[in-house]
Design a protein around this ligand. Structure first.
Ligand code: FES
Ligand code: FE2
Length: 274
């Protein structure tokens, strides 16, 4: 991919999507090269992705739109050019081959960035450009709605982690065992972190709801056979050991112990890790 100006493109320009986003330009760069989230966070747009190569430069992958059909996969390449504050996505193979999407990002403040996204589609007649522009605008506004939720939540978690470094840890009494059993599953904030308490094979188990991959929240994910899946990139964790069972060398943050004090009317106590 050359890094010339999009004004020189031979491929017809069909439209532009502009949006001010409440996130930093760093979150956007990170999001642009994050190929793994496509079939999870954007599950209504993408069914599957198979990565061929990836790095700080971007990625090349075969991606299948939703709904899944084996022969609808397209090969795309995304190249990030931070020195030019932009990334370019090109369709290398499959339907729409030669299509280019150029995104320029302009930092407005620490937590606000303007994106200007230009769509170039080869062989498109003048009369169809408006229709294609509407298609891309609708698609990109949905993708950015989903991305903004993820990027904002991630920023919030990063800021919280910063503050937690200096926090004092205290234990919490959850209440009598019978009441706690009647309430599960529920989430609980303890020392600035969120944990989920569930009953698993008759035992009360607590696990941290912060995914160690990119800080996605596991608070809304159901536990299935002792495994919980993150909605952002689909990494799965064993709630008892915290180990990632998807192959990544990751572990959930340590969870407080759930201690049942039989002497004190079976009070359930939540004791943070030292
Ligand atoms: S944040 Fe990526 S899998 Fe959880
Ligand atoms: Fe995205």
């Amino acid at each position: 991919m050359s890094s010339d100006s999009y004004a020189d493109r031979k491929v017809p320009h069909v439209g532009t999507y502009r949006r001010e986003l409440p996130v930093s330009i760093q979150r956007l760069y990170e999001n642009a090269i994050d190929w793994e989230h496509l079939p999870f966070l954007h599950r209504s747009s993408f069914a599957r992705i198979e990565c061929h190569d990836a790095g700080a430069w971007g990625f090349r992958a075969r991606v299948w739109p939703h709904p899944y059909k084996e022969n609808r996969g397209i090969v795309i390449e995304l190249r990030l050019e931070p020195e030019l504050r932009r990334w370019i996505t090109t369709t290398l193979d499959g339907p729409g081959k030669g299509t280019e999407v150029w995104t320029h990002a302009f930092s407005i403040s620490e937590n606000a960035t303007l994106v200007v996204v230009d769509f170039f589609v080869p062989g498109v007649e003048q009369g169809r450009r408006g229709e294609l522009a509407r298609f891309y605008t609708k698609l990109y506004s949905r993708l950015y709605d989903e991305d903004v939720r993820m990027m904002s939540e991630r920023q919030l978690q990063l800021d919280l982690l910063d503050k937690q470094m200096h926090k004092k840890r205290a234990s919490i009494v959850l209440g009598p065992l019978a009441e706690v059993r009647a309430r599960v599953p529920f989430t609980l904030d303890c020392n600035g972190r969120t944990y989920r308490i569930v009953e698993h094979h008759g035992k009360l188990v607590a696990y941290a709801t912060l995914c160690p991959h990119m800080l996605g929240s596991l608070a809304e994910s159901e536990v299935c056979d002792g495994i919980v899946e993150c909605p952002w990139h689909g990494y799965r964790y064993d709630i008892l050991t915290g180990r990632c069972v998807s192959g990544a060398k990751l572990r959930l943050p340590a969870a407080p112990q759930v201690r049942i004090d039989e002497a004190a009317n079976a009070l359930v106590e939540f004791i943070p890790e030292p």
